[in-house]
Design a binder for this molecule. Structure first.
Ligand code: 1CP
Length: 341
């Protein structure tokens, strides 16, 4: 029997809402920090399948969330496409050579960098109970391209946005290459046991409307179409962070099975504006989870009430922050578990 998270993704409107939190495996957990220190770095942790599976399971053991997410990173795809990848303490990820000054064609793909991730998926799957759903994930092409082009994260993604205007054909080739690898990568995760997958488009919010259609909607639609051909029953969650008023078009045109909403979206607006019956996921402000207290409870209820008439998975609007107190996560779980439609 599939668990409540998977059933919700398949369109059931359950009286009790399933819950998981983006970035639920990570630095706010002391058991994560201990294992990361023992393995000596983030990539070492990701490529140790036993340790990475343990990290995926840590938040399930502690909190009993309805879903576990594979422990890996969206930047494993550029790494497999031949860029070097480092996670520098306090500075974030660094990729080289950067595609702002090196042609995509000069990269030598290293697909073996994906296979160890499937081992993690299989290990997590073997440990989960039948009611707990295993989520695979990848970055969406636009968000991945912003890192591949600039070689690092940025506030406004200007290198990639400028390249897309200056040389749309070269940029399209980068996007198409990412689409191809991502389809294989998600397919591999599904074959290894992932029951649903999420596409993270963390930087979708900085694009002008026509660019959003070309670099967010079109490549995500291509991924969904290709995945559906191979795995027709596996739900795909799209999370176009910052998409705002473009969400209804994204929902209609990508073919995703569910939409992740960030915290800037008014749940009442989304409940009315998105296609009826489409499952939604979100969208409490992660900073409310940091702050805790009565306001956390009030706003969690507001999210639950707003989505009462459609399938809804409770989540944050973005990843859980590293300084979030564990007691606040427990408080939120109590609120969501006690609520009935
Ligand atoms: O030092 C550490 O321990 C590294 C911190 C960390 C973690 C815990 C990074 C580096 N990645 C991850 C894991 C991760 N990343 C997961 C699996 C764990 C889980 O969700 O429980 C997932 C789904 C991601 C996805 C991810 N990585 C995104 C999309 C989601 C989002 O938060 O917007 C992005 C943009 C990244 C890139 C990345 N990886 C790591 C950092 C610090 C960043 C952000 C860099 C930047 O700000 O530009």
């Amino acid at each position: 029997m599939p668990g409540p998270l998977l059933n919700t993704l398949r369109g059931e409107n359950l009286a009790q809402r399933p819950i998981w939190l983006m970035r639920q495996a990570g630095r706010y957990l002391p058991e994560y920090r201990a294992l990361r220190a023992e393995k000596g770095g983030f990539l070492a942790l990701v490529y140790d399948a036993a340790a990475a599976a343990e990290v995926s399971l840590q938040p399930i053991r502690r909190f009993g969330f309805d879903g576990a997410i594979l422990f890996s990173d969206i930047l494993i795809v550029p790494y497999a496409m031949g860029q070097d990848l480092q996670f520098l303490i306090g500075e974030g990820p660094a990729l080289s050579p950067r595609l702002v000054d090196t042609a995509l064609s000069s990269l030598q793909a290293i697909p073996e960098r994906l296979a160890p991730i499937y081992k993690t998926v299989a290990r997590v799957k073997a440990e989960l109970g039948p009611q707990q759903t295993l989520l695979g994930f990848a970055g969406s092409p636009w968000t991945i391209a912003t890192y591949m082009v600039a070689g690092e994260g940025s506030r406004d993604q200007h290198e990639a946005r400028a390249m897309a205007y200056r040389d749309p054909l070269a940029f399209q080739a980068i996007i198409d290459a990412i689409v191809g690898v991502t389809v294989d990568y998600l397919s591999g995760q599904i074959d290894a046991g992932a029951e649903a997958v999420q596409l993270f488009d963390s930087w979708a919010g900085t694009l002008a409307p026509a660019e959003f259609a070309r670099w967010v909607i079109a490549p995500n639609a291509a991924i969904v179409t290709a995945l559906k051909a191979r795995h027709p029953t596996v739900p795909v969650i799209g999370f176009p962070k910052g998409a705002g008023e473009k969400l209804p078009a994204y929902a209609r045109e990508t073919g995703v099975d569910a939409i992740g909403l960030d915290e800037t979206i008014d749940p009442l607006w989304a409940a009315a504006a998105l296609p009826p019956g489409l499952p939604v996921q979100g969208n409490l402000d992660p900073l409310l989870l940091l702050a805790g207290g009565a306001e956390l409870e009030r706003q969690a209820h507001a999210v639950l009430e707003a989505f009462a008439d459609r399938p809804h998975i409770f989540n944050l609007g973005h990843g859980i922050g590293q300084f979030t107190p564990i007691a606040h996560v427990e408080q939120l779980l109590g609120v969501v578990r006690d609520w009935r439609k």
